[in-house]
Design a protein around this ligand. Structure first.
Ligand SMILES: [Zn+2]
Length: 413
């Protein structure tokens, strides 16, 4: 594994970063879909080179664009995925029961998107507040009656909220920590906001699952960090938060769900914490050799997927992509699948229609476009929603259409 000289330091502990996690070449910004008037312009590509910190084990990318440039108008509305909304409903019910939440409880969610999750706490009579910097999604949340601040969460906002509303019984941060440029300030804010007997629930994609599933397409510039229990615990401990429970959840290709409390509040960690830490140590959380399957897997998937697509294209079959999310952009670019290989991409999100995939420039069309174009193959870029896509596309199946699943190994269904 390379040990390169680098002036790049850990975004958490400031140690110099010299150990490569994976180097995926140059990539455009995966969530900035191209408008028609930008089609004749150049597009910036940045190195997609992830490092692992030798000190705190945080896996991370260099920050090239500020979250302000990416997240103030965000095109991802959680409610566009029906399986995701159902997951949210069950999730809220489970949290309400586990933490015995009632009418006097306060739940704050950071990166609350369009209120898809908080709405279920609210229906149970719980006081909720969402925080999401994307003005358009915060507005959508307010339209459904979920109070939402269109701001970035940081220590300053936490201090203000504590003064205005008092401490929160539950602070939720699901799939947000990876997008945070200054995790120390962010966690400091969480510590400020949570009640002494409250709980913090953080979900983040698990770096060990990422390697095991060869999910290299979930590495893109908008994801600044990738977590292990070890690195999360290091981060939280510095801000007087103690991990008391570790769970694994099957979202985004395998995520960690960490529950943490204020240090010294009397809650004892259960056995899941020591077990997870021991498993990561056996795996080699700080050892570059543990990441080699991802490095090799990325190159193998790229070669096999391109060969497979070239093969069906040379037989005269058409291929369309399903899912214009960030990882689809990353996969199309990394595998160099341009419009002559994958003609267009469909997505259920109307905000993306009429735009183009960054880098490879496929038009993003409504799902209904499949009925007209009748491509023989659908490349499932949103492989985390594979079953939902296969179920929805009964028409595609009915006319003999097949599905190509790209990872962990390209295959045809
Ligand atoms: Zn570090």
């Amino acid at each position: 594994m390379d040990a390169v000289a680098s002036d790049f330091t850990c975004r958490f502990c400031r140690a110099p970063l010299t150990t490569t996690f994976v180097d995926l070449g140059m990539s455009p910004l995966c969530q900035t879909h191209i408008r028609p008037d930008q089609l004749h312009e150049m597009e910036p590509f940045y190195p997609l080179h992830a490092y692992v910190c030798d000190q705190c084990f945080l896996v991370q990318l260099q920050e090239f664009v500020t979250p302000g440039e990416i997240f103030t108008e965000y095109a991802y509305f959680s409610s566009y995925s029906s399986s995701w909304v159902e997951h949210a409903r069950r999730y809220a019910e489970m949290m309400i029961e586990r933490f015995a939440l009632g009418r006097s409880s306060k739940v704050v969610e950071i990166a609350s998107n369009d209120g898809y999750l908080l709405q279920y706490f609210q229906r149970a009579g719980i006081d909720v507040l969402g925080i999401d910097p994307a003005v358009n999604v915060a507005e959508a949340a307010r339209e459904r009656g979920v109070p939402t601040l269109a701001e970035f969460f940081d220590a300053g906002l936490a201090t203000r909220l504590l003064a205005e509303r008092g401490p929160a019984d539950v602070v939720l941060g699901l799939n947000v920590l990876a997008h945070v440029a200054d995790p120390a300030d962010f966690v400091d804010g969480i510590r400020t906001l949570v009640a002494h007997d409250g709980v913090v629930v953080i979900e983040a994609p698990d770096v060990r699952e990422l390697v095991a599933r060869r999910a290299f397409d979930t590495i893109y510039h908008e994801h600044l960090a990738y977590f292990s229990v070890t690195s999360l615990r290091n981060l939280l401990r510095r801000h007087e938060l103690e991990v008391v429970r570790v769970e694994r959840v099957p979202v985004h290709g395998g995520s960690l769900r960490i529950s943490a409390v204020v240090t010294g509040n009397g809650t004892r960690p259960d056995g899941s914490v020591a077990e997870a830490l021991a498993a990561e140590e056996r795996w080699g959380v700080g050892d570059a050799a543990a990441y080699r399957p991802l490095v090799e897997g990325a190159a193998t998937v790229r070669d096999h997927l391109r060969a497979l697509v070239d093969d069906v294209r040379s037989d005269g079959a058409a291929v369309a992509g399903y899912g214009a999310a960030a990882k689809g952009t990353m996969l199309l670019n990394y595998c160099d699948l341009g419009t002559d290989s994958v003609g267009f991409v469909v997505d259920r999100n109307v905000a993306k229609h009429g735009r183009f995939v960054p880098g490879t420039r496929q038009p993003v069309l409504p799902v209904e476009a499949l009925a007209d174009a009748r491509p023989e193959y659908l490349l499932v870029l949103a492989w985390n929603l594979l079953q939902e896509v296969v179920d929805q596309e009964a028409e595609h199946r009915g006319r003999g259409g097949r599905f190509i699943v790209p990872v962990p190994e390209p295959r045809v269904l």
